[in-house]
Design a protein around this ligand. Sequence first.
Ligand code: ADP
Ligand code: MG
Length: 695
Amino acid sequence: MYVKGVGPKRAEDLQAKGLETAADLLTYAPFRYEDRSNVKPLSQLAPGEMATVLAEVASVHSPRFRRRNLQLIEVVFEDDSGRLTGKWFHQPYLSNVFTVGTRVALFGKVEFDTYRGELSMLHPEYEVLREDEEDDAALHTGRIVPIYEAAGKVSTKVLRSVLKRITDQLPALQDALPPHIRQRLKLPDLQAATRELHFPSPDADLRLLNAFRSPAQYRMIFEEFFWLETGMAVKRGQARTETGIAFELGDKAREQIKKMLPFKPTAAQKRVLGEIARDMATAAPMSRLLQGDVGSGKTIVAAQAGVIAVENGYQSAVLAPTEILAMQHYLYFKRIFEPLNYQVLPLTGSMSKKEKDFAKRAIASGFASIVVGTHAVLEEDVEFHKLGLAIIDEQHRFGVMQRKALQQKGVTPDVLVMTATPIPRTLALTIYGDLDVSIIDELPPGRKPVHTSHKTKLELEQVYSFILREVKSGRQAYIVYPVIEESENASERGLALKAAQAAYQELSKDVFPQLKVGLLHGKLPPPEKEAVMDAFKRGEIQVLVSTTVIEVGVDVPNATVMVIENAERFGLAQIHQLRGRVGRGAAQSYCVLVTDKLSDTGRERIRTLVDSNDGFYIAEMDLKLRGPGEFLGTRQSGLPTFRIGNLLRDREILELARSEAQGFVESPPSQQDLQQAMRYIRDNWQRRYGLALIG
Ligand code: ADP
Ligand code: MG
């Protein structure tokens, strides 16, 4: 569709925003609306009211002030009936905008300057009107006007004009939303909603509009989520039709699980294992997400699933995002499976060729029952004898892609994804929407919440003497210098490493000369890492200085103190995860957050951690304070970009869209309707959603 007013220059700017077609533009929702219906002649303005005026620039002044850094522009506007002064501070470029004779629309609060006895507006919204388009004034004033986020040099005003033209020539739009759903939810049809979205009718409710809850906006948000969730539901359904393995959960497996478990599982663990076992028993491959707070006992549940696979004669693979996590999981699984005599083998990129070859042979022959490793396990030349279950420890890092790679090895194995940190439900639904979800919402008994406090760098002495006391009574401590693991900034990682090394020197020589202090960081060769971790586990190291490599998986119940340096610089979820390394035994544990001076949000973030031990609550706060992209780490997060939907604001619409989508996919009016919907999603939404639906 050719749109007047969009030349090649503007087209380029629009394209950069993903706005390539008229259809794209129609989904580009205003982020705000202004009621400019109150248009008045200047002589009839009353101080205090919000008003829109149409006037011409009569003169422009820049008064000089004693304080030289104060820049003011005063513009005198007039119409046939009177005058008004507009004032702008610190916007010198406006003298180029308001040349004498320019016709403008101003929108703002009318003030009365008693000193000079004249009407004025301070920083009004303004729009320059063009003589050659007579309806220009009518479009930008005298109504509720949409305000768009500028696209490059394409201003809100241009967008408004362009959208006016598009909506005026709107051909009959095909409304793809299933009619029965639209009617039941009383959603306006696409045509009406599109018009209302951009140019609300005079009686529209401005407050609803600015809360994104007008019927038109609601429909558009719902639709954007609905098609995504429909795609996800279809994927969930497809997985169910693939041929997988129907595991048997016989007495032998039950006995073995009992033999392995060093404790009584919690009710939540039992329930979740039940969900997993049910999935495993059906022939369709499992795709399940296992969520739970730090220390809620996810790993042990995954291990139980592993027993079911092995007792049925299949192998299990455990995949971790980093070498060190893989090592930790390896040690954990080796220990936990000891009573069952399972062969547990590691396979990571840093192993020597000889070790790898040995591992590969053991995997291919079926000698290894449990393989724990990194991406290396997914490589082409790794042949499993009989892979039945893949346990993926995801930590937001394994993309959707890897899950696929694994599924392509022969029979589709069952897949259990564990997330290391709780993810707010809205995010889980959008990134992991193609998975069934199990949640462990209970901590093992006897856990005392970790007591968390905040100290500044100046109070470190206090922190050290506290560590000394705890160690003297037989406990152990971590001191962590966190790095953002996926930070692309190598120098930042280097800094944290240096900080940890320097601290190690100081702590071992000067602060705790009488204690055994150890150092752990990602750059250590794997055998040394393993040696350090083992020594800490055995209590031979009392204070462990570390970078964030210990984030996940370390399990030393005797450690009761977690000191986190530079806590202000890291995500709440990450710190919560670190804190989860203590509080694993019966004794009271402590977490100390050490920071520099804090900004206001910084203080808010630290307070959230001091006040709460609930990982799901903290994840929600983290999401609020940082936004979805940051929360997930921007690289390959798999998060779709929404045009109008907002995961923070629109969570209840997302939930509704998900359940409607599920219902639609399970029982569509006809199979044809479903197929049509899938075509429609592919043609219209795939590109906008980005990664989320690929595959
Ligand atoms: P997560 O992976 O969810 O962070 P883990 O599986 O590592 O948690 O378990 C945390 C700690 O709690 C481990 O020391 C584990 O042995 C212990 N644990 C797990 N479940 C129970 C339980 N039901 N009773 C007692 N201890 C448990
Ligand atoms: Mg764990």
